[in-house]
Design a protein around this ligand. Structure first.
Ligand code: IPD
Ligand code: CA
Length: 263
């Protein structure tokens, strides 16, 4: 399917921002030995990437509002449209030279997610979806995995960083899921976790304590790939609640039952 004008704008903003990001990624390993350490460098890369995306999208669609990881909320003249952006999801991976990080851009219209893009420049994988038009990896249509039995499935989750709450809760949940699923993974990028559920690589993804920019693009990707995404109460309030579960329908039911028991 030829890309729409909207998706062309999103892809071109992400590609432009990624050029500097990938140069920075190639430099980051050298910086491990510098006195200041690479953290400052990475936050600069993050800010610069967000600025490029912001400028590109503002130019292409005047007046739209923004919610961004670094700059926060910017209310534009057009309050019915809002971009939700994470310029660098998987920051810790980036810092350690692990090529699992992504740019994530979503568009909301009247509070509904209508388009999403997740781009992992290190693997040159660009995931896109628009409401009612399916989900794609580069130019190939993608679908969530078809596995129906929990014991055949791979679940992925996020582990709260040191100093964040939620460790005990996650350990309880992991213990129950380990008994039922084939295995559990942790990539370090919520955006890629969702993109990989959409592509059928992971069967399910759940996480608590994450932000709208971590999940917005991934939610529409999974839905357009034929999957189900809800919060951990089975409702549609993921962005407000900060927790979610994504998978195909049968696995969603089975995972939700386990996670509810551990809540
Ligand atoms: C983080 C990643 C991680 C998730 C964290 C997020 P960041 O985003 O998505 O997978 O577990 O909750 O904060 O900090 O790399 O942009
Ligand atoms: Ca993030």
């Amino acid at each position: 399917m030829p890309a729409s004008a909207l998706m062309n704008i999103m892809v071109s903003a992400a590609r432009k921002a990624s050029r500097k990001l990938i140069r920075d990624f190639n430099e980051v390993e050298q910086l491990q030995v510098s006195v200041k350490g690479p953290s400052d460098f990475v936050s600069q890369a993050d800010l610069q990437c967000e600025k490029t995306i912001f400028e590109e999208l503002s130019r292409a669609r005047e007046g739209y509002s923004f919610l961004m990881e670094e700059e926060g909320s910017i209310v534009g003249a057009d309050k019915t449209h809002r971009w939700i952006i994470d310029p660098l999801d998987g920051t810790t991976n980036f810092l350690h030279g692990i090529p699992l990080f992504a740019i994530s851009i979503a568009l909301e219209r009247e509070g509904e997610l209508v388009a999403g893009l997740i781009y992992n420049p290190a693997m040159d994988e660009i995931y896109t979806a628009e409401r009612g038009k399916g989900a794609f990896l580069n130019d190939r249509r993608i679908r969530v995995a078809g596995r129906r039995k929990l014991d055949d499935t791979i679940a992925v989750t996020g582990i709260p960083h040191r100093g964040r709450s939620g460790h005990e809760q996650l350990l309880k949940e992991q213990r129950s899921i380990m008994r039922e699923a084939a295995g559990i993974r942790r990539t370090g990028s919520a955006a890629l976790d969702l993109a990989w559920v959409a592509a059928g690589r992971f069967d399910s993804y759940w996480e608590r304590g994450i932000k709208p920019w971590d999940m917005a693009a991934g939610i529409i990707l999974v839905r357009e790939a034929g999957g189900i995404v809800t919060d951990l109460d089975g409702k549609n309030n993921m962005l407000d609640q900060g927790h979610l579960l994504a998978s195909n329908l049968p696995i969603h039911k089975a995972m939700l039952a386990i996670l509810k028991d551990e809540a």
